[in-house]
Design a protein around this ligand. Structure first.
Ligand code: C2E
Ligand code: CA
Ligand code: CA
Length: 569
């Protein structure tokens, strides 16, 4: 299997560098057609007979030209399509005729052979011109294709060649590993020694690795390519288990780690290695590239120089989180964190106000879900800055909105982490004074978990907010198992029943009873109750029956751009 696969790889690369081989059968057909046409040329030229065509009688010899043209067309097709073999066969065929025609014209003085003689010479000349010209084009094409599949600097195969090889390999069930390799601190060589030296180092690394791959010194069947800069890709086949794979990659490592001397300078290189396996991790080529890369980046992040790190789904999550973290930082830097507003209504469909929801966009304009970026922001401590940006921008909206409707309330989400920050209350105070808004129109949503995790400190903060006149809502209520005693001590104004209970309310009796109970408890404690995520009329009816005060949900309004929200006022 290994040998066979190897041939496949060779063939794939050959195919890529020399494509468009026409079928052999057409070659044979052209040669046969040529022979037949030529046979008729000879017959027609010798024949004294006549033939009747469309009512006219013609000498058979007048058909010589027709067959001779047909023979020439076959010859030219052979040279154009089949290049060298076509040229050789054509030339032989034409040269064989030449002495006969020569004898006919110059020895036997047969004038009938004169056109054939000249035609033969002219065809030989044409065939040579076509062949030489074809060859030049072909060389040019080959250079072009070689450039497309090889890396300019190191002459190793490039990413395109890797994809082609993998396309071939994934047609078979045999496993293979895709190892992503990145040299450590290569940038510093470029920066301190210049790009020329950097290039020479890369060339030396490529030369060593190619030697290992070509000589099978690693004990496995390998294909080494350079992707970009100091990134390489190794495709390893023919290993039994992870141990053998590690040994194989170790051969490359030890070659790399041997001293490299360039222009009298010694370099000691190391690299990080991450890999993924076909078919266990994925059968898609693109995914294999991504997974190998993710494993490599994780190895880099963990500073694992001497370990070959295998891809795992957790690595992908880490990668994704890191990517989101980068995006959040960039968005904060460029002030690209924006917000949407979702309307809240009382049960008579009168506008109560809006909840501000953070929004972050990719460069292509698509939104990254808060469900993806908020948890990352919480973990990395960036949430404070997001909360504050949203709060500040939404306060700007509130300032305008209050001119049109002086009864509305703006809810902003505040993460527990942010709430616990010592500067939190001052930050909110600044927002209020910057926008000169009445604090009674600002509501802060805190999740229920705050009452369980850090009740004492939270209570103090919330008292401070309340003292400023700000409203407090308990978000996602019902999911946190907070006790009634906490709730009764908590100076909040609004309970937000979590969407999950509203979702199940009409299919699940206990959810419906739970919602009814939260509404009653809220009212006993003198709190208003809002249900979020209301999507259907049935949900709305049940909430109305149970005396819910407000609703927020797709049924009456999705989160919208502030401009659209302004129209609702
Ligand atoms: P949340 O505070 O519970 O916000 C409600 C979420 O439910 C919003 O999702 C909203 O779009 C969605 N929603 C509202 N009504 C419906 C409905 O009828 N059907 C459905 N399917 N969904 C509905 P979004 O905007 O994706 O926000 C998700 C979460 O992200 C929020 O949940 C909140 O916990 C967090 N978040 C959003 N913005 C901020 C922020 O500025 N700061 C902080 N700390 N967290 C935020
Ligand atoms: Ca909320
Ligand atoms: Ca919620």
């Amino acid at each position: 299997m290994t040998k066979k696969n190897n041939r496949n790889i060779d063939r794939t690369l050959r195919d890529l560098s020399l494509k468009n081989e026409a079928p052999k059968s057409a070659f044979i057909a052209l040669v046969v057609l040529y022979a037949v046409a030529y046979f008729f040329v000879v017959q027609a030229s010798r024949s004294q007979g006549e033939i009747t065509l469309f009512g006219s009688t013609l000498p058979q010899s007048s058909f010589t030209g027709v067959f001779s043209s047909l023979a020439n067309i076959c010859i030219i097709c052979l040279v154009i399509i089949y290049r060298l073999p076509g040229f050789v066969v054509s030339l032989i065929a034409l040269l064989i005729q030449f002495p006969m025609l020569y004898v006919n014209v110059f020895v036997r003085h047969n004038v009938n052979s004169l056109p054939g003689f000249f035609s033969n010479i002219l065809t030989i000349v044409s065939v040579v011109i076509i062949f030489v010209n074809n060859r030049r084009i072909q060389e040019f094409q080959k250079r072009f294709r070689d450039a497309a599949i090889t890396d300019r600097l190191t002459k190793l195969p490039n990413r395109f060649a890797c994809s082609a090889v993998m396309e071939e390999l994934v047609k078979h069930p045999a496993k293979f590993a895709v190892v992503s390799i990145d040299l450590n601190d290569f940038k510093s060589i470029n920066d301190t020694m210049g790009h020329d030296t950097g290039d020479k180092v890369l060339l030396e690394v490529a030369r060593r690795w190619k030697r290992v791959a070509d000589s099978w010194a690693s004990g496995t069947n390998d294909f080494i390519a350079r992707l970009t800069g100091d990134e390489f890709l190794l495709i390893v086949r023919g290993y039994e288990d992870t141990e053998e794979l590690r040994n194989s990659v170790n051969t490359y490592r030890s070659e790399l780690e041997k001293k490299i001397t360039i222009d009298d300078c010694d370099f000691y290189l190391t690299a990080c290695y991450g890999y993924t396996e076909y078919p266990t991790d994925s059968i898609s080529i693109d995914t294999l590239f991504v997974y190998a890369d993710a494993a490599l980046h994780e190895a880099k992040r963990r500073d694992k120089t001497n370990e070959l790190l295998k891809y795992s789904p957790e690595i992908m999550n880490i990668e994704r989180s890191l990517e989101i973290e980068r995006k959040i930082r960039a968005a904060l830097e460029k002030d690209d964190i924006s917000f949407h507003l979702q309307p809240q209504y009382d049960m008579n469909h009168k506008l109560r106000g809006f909840e501000a929801l953070a929004r972050m966009q990719d460069p292509d304009g698509s939104y990254i879900s808060p469900a993806d970026f908020i948890p990352v922001a919480e973990k990395t401590g960036l949430i404070d800055r997001i909360d504050l940006r949203v709060c500040d921008k939404a306060a700007g909206f509130l300032q305008e909105a209050l001119r049109k409707n002086d009864g509305i309330i703006l809810s902003v989400n505040v993460s527990v982490r942010h709430l616990m920050k010592n500067s939190f209350v001052d930050e909110i105070r600044k927002v209020i004074s910057d926008h000169q808004i009445d604090p009674a129109h600002l509501e802060i949503e805190i999740t229920e978990s705050v009452m369980i995790d850090s009740a004492e400190k939270a209570l103090k903060r919330i008292d401070e907010l309340k003292a400023m006149g700000i409203k407090v809502a308990i978000d996602d209520f019902g999911t946190g198992y907070s006790s009634l005693s906490y709730l009764s001590n908590f100076p909040s104004d609004l309970l937000k029943i979590d969407k999950s209970f509203i979702d199940n309310m009409n299919s699940n009796d206990s959810s419906r009873q739970y919602v009814a109970m939260i509404i009653s408890i809220g009212h006993i404690l003198n709190l208003h109750v809002i249900s979020e995520g209301v999507e259907t009329q049935e949900q709305l009816d049940v909430l109305q029956e149970n005396g819910c005060d407000y609703i927020q949900g797709y049924i009456w309004g999705r989160p919208m751009h502030p401009e659209d929200a302004a129209k609702l006022l």
